[in-house]
Design a protein around this ligand. Structure first.
Ligand SMILES: NC(=O)c1ccc[n+]([C@@H]2O[C@H](COP(=O)([O-])OP(=O)(O)OC[C@H]3O[C@@H](n4cnc5c(N)ncnc54)[C@H](O)[C@@H]3O)[C@@H](O)[C@H]2O)c1
Ligand SMILES: [Zn+2]
Ligand SMILES: [Zn+2]
Length: 338
């Protein structure tokens, strides 16, 4: 079978490899779609921390079951996606039903080889039923589940003002699931075309541009002086993360979905007087995947809007670099594998 390997930062090559052989409690999936994620782009650029090469990228996947063991309820030929974070099952996080932050988590396409290949073997426990969704839709479940998880961590309630900072694919997902939870969403970004996308394509009520607006004033105006009771960072930008502490309402919750390498710093008295809650949000759980799938089935999210670029598997190598350039307006590039 054909695989696409990221050998070193900046180089991709197609290679021939043996098809995976069925192992106990594993399922072999014929890959149909591969969504391209920021993580894949950063790995290619060489800016992804703790990344080893060579690596087969790709973790936003859907496909068809061709062979399986230990997958009761699934059938050969079924369209599936899977939860691409493989956990140990015994550590403190796994014992406490937090497999998404397992102490030795292995993410497909990051810590172990992922899905830029024609076939992939995955642990059968990770499978998720396709439930009548298309392969495009199924490949978009994982990135949307990241935002859905952040919103679940924040426990967004009806009519709450939710500020999502960063309108990339992850932030857009958080905005959708904040709205589905009944929140009133404010999108903050520095890129007008992404703010337009949030307003026009996914129906975000308020947008604020951090470069051209006075953010604190604008947020006070939108929230009638209260400020947002929930803030979600989906920028992964240190300055944006530090600044947003000051936008939080008294009694508010701040959830970090975005990730960066530096140290966060904020005023302790400002944090204290708000009795604020700070949380990180890592990956997603089966409950989030199922919530995303139900929301797609009920028409609450329309994943097609996310796909701005489409290619076939043999075109990935030559197109990959162009997806790094913000001028190309990529929200989600989707690869079809024949
Ligand atoms: N929680 C998880 O497990 C998880 C999973 C996947 C990705 N992530 C992280 O989520 C973050 C977002 O991912 P993405 O793929 O959507 O990234 P992206 O780069 O496509 O989007 C980030 C957005 O933030 C905006 N931004 C940057 N600086 C800003 C600032 N100072 N103020 C306002 N907006 C600003 C950018 O214009 C951009 O639109 C990244 O940090 C990524 O590492 C986390
Ligand atoms: Zn991803
Ligand atoms: Zn574990």
């Amino acid at each position: 079978m054909k695989i696409l390997v990221c050998n070193t930062p900046g180089t991709l090559s197609y290679q021939e490899a043996e098809k995976p052989v069925l192992e106990k409690d594993h399922t072999i999936i014929k890959i149909k779609r591969i969504g391209i994620c920021g993580t894949d782009l950063h790995a290619f650029e060489g800016t992804q921390p703790f990344f080893n090469y060579p690596r087969i990228l790709g973790h936003e996947l859907s496909g068809e079951i061709v062979e399986m063991d230990g997958a009761p309820g699934f059938s050969v030929g079924e369209a599936v996606t899977f939860i691409p974070y493989f956990n140990c099952g015994t550590c403190v996080a796994c014992r406490n039903e937090r497999p998404n932050c397992c102490t030795t988590l292995k993410v497909s396409g990051v810590h172990i080889d992922g899905g830029m290949s024609e076939y992939l073997s995955v642990p059968s426990y990770s499978l998720v039923h396709g439930d009548g969704l298309t392969y495009d839709e199924l490949a978009l479940v994982e990135p949307l589940a990241i935002g859905a998880h952040g919103i679940r961590r924040a426990d967004v309630r009806k009519n709450e003002m939710v500020l999502v900072v960063g309108a990339g694919p992850i932030g857009l997902g958080a905005m959708e699931f904040a709205r589905i939870a009944g929140g009133r969403v404010i999108a903050l970004d520095i890129n007008d075309s992404r703010l337009d996308f949030a307003r026009e394509k996914i129906g975000v009520e308020f947008t604020v541009n951090a470069l051209t607006d006075n953010v604190a004033e604008k947020l006070a105006e939108i929230t009638n002086g209260d400020m947002p009771t929930v803030i979600v960072d989906a920028t992964g930008n240190l300055r944006a993360i530090n600044t947003a502490f000051s936008y939080l309402a008294h009694g508010g919750r701040y959830v970090l979905v975005g990730l960066q390498k530096g140290e966060i710093s904020f005023s302790h008295p400002e944090f204290h007087k708000r009795e604020a809650t700070l949380m990180s949000s890592r990956n997603a759980t089966r409950a989030d995947f199922e919530h995303v799938i139900q929301s797609m089935k009920n028409g609450l999210v329309d994943p097609k809007t996310y796909i701005t670029h489409r290619v076939t598997f043999p075109q990935v190598k030559e197109q990959f670099e162009s997806w790094l350039d913000p001028a190309n307006g990529v929200i989600k590039a989707m690869v079809a594998v024949e």
